[in-house]
Design a protein around this ligand. Structure first.
Ligand SMILES: NC(=O)c1ccc[n+]([C@@H]2O[C@H](COP(=O)([O-])OP(=O)(O)OC[C@H]3O[C@@H](n4cnc5c(N)ncnc54)[C@H](OP(=O)(O)O)[C@@H]3O)[C@@H](O)[C@H]2O)c1
Length: 277
């Protein structure tokens, strides 16, 4: 099998290693020529390409059976160019490549917006809390609309990503001993890299169609998450300044039942506090 990973970053590289070990022929893309040697260690073929370059994408995707789109905007002002321009270009290109049977995309649960900490499922309407959340939702819609008799489209809505090299300690540990605004009652949802790779592989194998949340079993209020993290590091706890105010763009408890019901078993259902290795 031949698969191309458009956006071979943290997630894309881990998925590439997995599929390569499974005997797949893997192509990975980057926009950064300096990353080519690093990617050559994990994929069979590296291409330097931007997602809005239709001609280059068409050439790369010849002879492929599956595509993983796992792009990430380099900064918040680049969301439209990164996500929407790539999705529109890719969908156009795929129309001329009917041998590609599966398109998989790593989306984000941020499309649900601020739900006041309520439980949500894939049937909960997306109500993004800001423009970039809207762009991510539009990206999903563009990709889903490309599905047809020959092309399956699967979307995993990821929680906050953590794992080796991106430990929670490094993402959140700065807060231990600090005073933060609000009361920390807003929820966040996380997913370990092992489960992203596992669920991508599962989705591809089962040709999952449509939207699936991909988070651990444990949505936690920020205060509880930071309490556990600071305790684990034997550092002073976070002090909270008062009541919670303003929009919390990720404040929801995301259900992973649909993916589990499809047959996926989480590797790390509970949050893991690993130290940077
Ligand atoms: N970070 C989180 O906690 C989180 C949470 C939920 C969902 N997600 C989603 O998960 C996905 C993967 O995240 P990640 O951490 O693996 O991202 P990442 O490490 O930042 O990698 C992103 C990849 O996208 C490539 N890219 C950026 N702009 C592009 C463009 N215009 N055209 C083509 N490729 C482009 C980058 O190219 P270079 O190689 O040149 O850098 C890089 O290879 C993203 O879609 C992100 O939205 C992330």
């Amino acid at each position: 099998m031949h698969i191309t990973i458009i956006g071979c970053g943290y997630v894309g590289m881990a998925a590439a290693r997995h599929w390569r070990n499974q005997g797949w022929t893997v192509t990975g893309t980057t926009t950064t020529p300096d990353r080519v040697p690093q990617l050559e260690e994990v994929v069979h073929r590296v291409q330097v390409v931007r997602g809005d370059d239709a001609r280059a994408l068409h050439a790369i995707l010849q002879g492929q059976q599956a595509v993983l789109l796992s792009i990430g905007a380099p900064h918040p002002s680049a969301y439209e160019k990164t996500y929407l321009d790539t999705a529109r270009t890719l969908v156009d290109v795929l129309r001329g490549l009917p041998e590609i049977g599966y398109l998989l995309y790593t989306g984000s649960y941020s499309v649900y917006g601020d739900r006041g900490g309520a439980w949500i499922t894939e049937t909960t309407p997306a109500t993004p809390a800001n423009r970039n959340g809207e762009i991510l939702h539009q990206t999903e819609q563009i990709l889903l609309a490309a599905a047809n008799d020959t092309l399956n489209v699967g979307i995993l809505r990821l929680g906050g990503i953590y794992g080796p090299g991106r430990e929670l300690d490094g993402i959140l540990g700065w807060a231990c001993g600090m005073t933060l605004s609000g009361d920390g009652s807003d929820f966040s949802n996380w997913v370990h890299l092992d489960d992203i790779v596992g669920a991508l592989a599962f989705a591809l194998k089962e040709r999952l169609r449509g939207i699936y949340n991909l988070v651990g079993d444990e949505p936690l209020p920020r205060a509880e998450l930071l309490k556990r993290l600071c305790e684990q590091r034997a550092l002073p706890p976070v002090q909270w300044e008062g009541t919670s105010q303003g929009t919390k763009p990720y404040n929801a408890r995301v259900s992973n039942q649909k993916l589990k019901a499809a047959g996926y078993e989480l590797v790390h259902p509970q949050i893991r506090f690993e130290s940077p290795g």
